[in-house]
Structure formats: C-alpha cells, structure tokens
Design a protein around this ligand. Structure first.
Ligand SMILES: NC(=O)c1ccc[n+]([C@@H]2O[C@H](COP(=O)([O-])OP(=O)(O)OC[C@H]3O[C@@H](n4cnc5c(N)ncnc54)[C@H](O)[C@@H]3O)[C@@H](O)[C@H]2O)c1
Length: 331
C-alpha cells in the first residue's frame, strides 16, 4: 500500500468544514488533526467525526504533516502559512492568503525559498459550468473578447463571518472575501492580466467598517474592458447571484455560477446546466484531489501563489482607486 498523505486543517468554520469533508473523501489521505481556537467547535467535530482536535495550530505542526490546510480569518493566514513552510510543510491556503499585497508577496517568496508547494483555494474554478466556460473560451471561436460584466449579489439572509467587519482581522470587506474569487476566475478564464483599475467602494450601513459594495472598471492587456458590481446585504430572498457576461465579436457566453453557462453565436445556442449531484461541495472535493495529486507527483499545484498575488494586485488597486478617486495602473 502507498504511504498515506498526512493532512491537518486549521480553522474549522464555513470553509474549514468543507475542506475537512473534501479531504475525507480522498484516497490515501489520512486526516491526522484539526485545530480551531473555539473549543465548542472542536467538541462538535470530535463528537461527529472523531478526529484528533487541538486548540492551537502549533500542535498540528508536530504531526509529521505533508499538507496543512489553512482556513482561518485573514489576519492569521500569513503567519500560520509561514510557520508551516518553515518546517517544509506544503500548504493549501484560503484566499486572500494575507491581509494585504505586501504580506502575500512575502509569503509566496518564503514558500518558494523553502521549496514548499502553496496551493490557493480559488475553489470555484473547479465548478463544472466554469470548466465548460473555460473550454468554450479556449477554443477561440467567438473572435476577440471585447467586454465582460460581472454581478455579484449576496442576499441579506446569508451571514458573513463577524470578523470580516473588523479591518484588523479581514483587511477589507466583500472585495477580499467574495469578489476576489471573481477577479481570479476572470483572469484565468480569459487568460489575460489586468493592467488598470478604476473603482469605487462604499458601505450602505453605519455598522459596517469595511466596504459592502463596490463598482469597478478593469482594463486587460489584450484590450478587453471589464466591469464588476458587487454588493452584500441585498434584500433578495434566494441564494446569491454571481453572473458574468463575456461579450465577443461573434457572440456571447453567460456564466451563472451554480446554475448554468450559455453559449450564443449567430443561430447557435448551447445551454450547459450546472450538475446537481450528491455532493454540493464537489468543487472542494475536486480541488483537494487535484492538490494531493500534485503533491504526490511533486509538481507545481494547479492554482498557486502567483494566482494569489495576481488577484491581490487587483484588490489592492481597487482599494487605492477608491481611496484616491483615480485610475490605478497595475505593474
Ligand atoms: N474558498 C471559499 O469558497 C471560501 C468560502 C468561505 C470562506 N473562505 C475563506 O476561508 C477563510 C475562513 O473564512 P470562514 O468564512 O470559514 O470563517 P469562519 O469564521 O466561518 O471560520 C474561521 C474559523 O477559524 C477559527 N479561528 C479563528 N482564529 C483562529 C486561530 N488563530 N487559530 C485557529 N483557528 C482560528 C474560528 O474559531 C472559526 O471556526 C477566510 O480566508 C475566507 O476568506 C473561503
């Protein structure tokens, strides 16, 4: 039998639990421990799954880990990642990987120095409708990509974690927590880099200390112009809306996450429905399998530190543009 891959997870909230259930399904993976600063969460996990639980991630680092999955509030991502990398432990780390661009760059460089493989959890890239969209765009049958427009709406009833409203813990609001996925996905889908950003961020509630809406214009190196509107706390009853229109010279693709992707060109129309299968977090499972596979083969993960830096450069430019009321060029 192959030697098992030892995995531990720190931060057992919304994201950490999904990682736990995902890694549990991967052949040849042994979950050797989970950590969280909240003892009640640990008690629940122990009772439900029987894993070894720890109140500090430092105890996980003694468990001969091959992989540490890091899913804590943004404030702790960088330090935990650095401590693991110092011991040569590979990390699958949640976005945005640090509180700001400068710390993100430091962490990526440190992992490279230590020859540690950093995987970054831009997990929506693994959705089937997203992969279908990538396939259509890659075929280049629609001519030049002129415009894209993304709308991201989070309904009132979906609770965002409380720490997000503390700038010291989060580094920012809905851009850092939600829209960063969209920025990463856009760059990856259209295979281009963002060169300039004009943005406005704001908050529609006196209680919010970080932005809860934003409107942005992006220019890409191959000439595509993109817009994005994002808002939380919208008085709609059903799940969140995350939709992008890709407008080409010869047609259009509409990607509606968790629902469908649609291709239209002249008289041709293809509708691809997002699959509903038994595993609603199948994208986490596919991400875990893919990351473990790359660790076993000793090759660069599919989504790595460069992707994290790329998206953080855009996030940084959005905040600077909003602060200074000017367009920001990205180097
Ligand atoms: N990839 C995705 O789809 C996705 C979805 C949601 C959140 N996230 C990311 O996952 C991370 C966590 O977000 P969340 O929504 O799960 O938050 P959460 O509040 O639901 O979970 C965070 C957990 O970390 C624990 N924690 C806090 N400080 C800790 C510390 N120092 N050591 C150990 N545990 C600690 C908390 O007790 C909590 O259980 C963030 O980086 C967030 O951006 C990613």
């Amino acid at each position: 039998m192959d030697t098992p891959i030892n995995v531990a997870i720190v931060g057992m909230g919304q994201a950490g639990l999904k990682h736990l259930l995902a890694f549990k399904k991967i052949k040849n993976v042994q979950i050797v421990g989970v950590a969280d600063s909240d003892k009640n969460i640990l008690k629940e996990i122990k009772a439900k799954h029987g894993f070894n639980t720890f109140s500090s991630y430092k105890e996980l680092l003694d468990l001969e880990l091959d992989i540490l999955v890091i899913a804590t509030p943004h404030r702790y991502l960088h330090q935990i990642g650095k401590d693991a990398a110092a011991l040569g432990i590979n990390i699958l780390i949640e976005k945005p990987i640090a509180l700001n661009l400068s710390d993100a760059v430091k962490l990526v460089n440190y992992c490279n120095d230590k020859k540690v493989k950093m995987g970054v959890s831009f997990v929506h890239r693994y959705r089937k409708e997203v992969l279908k969209t990538k396939e259509w765009i890659s075929k280049k049958r629609l001519g030049k990509l002129l415009l894209t427009h993304t709308t991201m709406i989070f309904p009132q009833r979906d609770p965002l974690p409380k720490w997000l409203n503390s700038p010291e813990d989060s580094g920012g609001g809905i851009i850092m927590y939600g829209a960063i996925h969209s920025l990463d996905m856009l760059c990856w889908l259209i295979n281009d880099v963002c060169v300039s950003v004009t943005a406005e961020c704001g908050s529609n509630s006196y209680k919010d200390k970080v932005e809860n809406f934003s409107s942005c214009i992006f220019k890409f190196s191959k000439g595509t112009c993109s817009t994005m509107a994002v808002s939380t706390n919208v008085a709609v009853t059903k799940g969140h809306t995350w939709k992008t229109n890709f407008i080409f010279q010869n047609g259009m693709i509409t990607l509606f996450i968790k629902k469908y992707t649609k291709y239209v060109s002249y008289g041709k129309e293809i509708h691809y429905k997002s699959p509903i299968n038994g595993d609603i977090n199948y994208n986490f499972t596919d991400q875990a399998r893919d990351y473990v596979d790359h660790i076993i083969k000793n090759i660069k993960p599919s989504i790595d530190g460069n992707d994290a830096i790329n998206s953080m450069k855009i996030v940084d430019a959005i905040y600077e543009s909003s602060r200074t009321s000017s367009s920001i060029n990205i180097k």
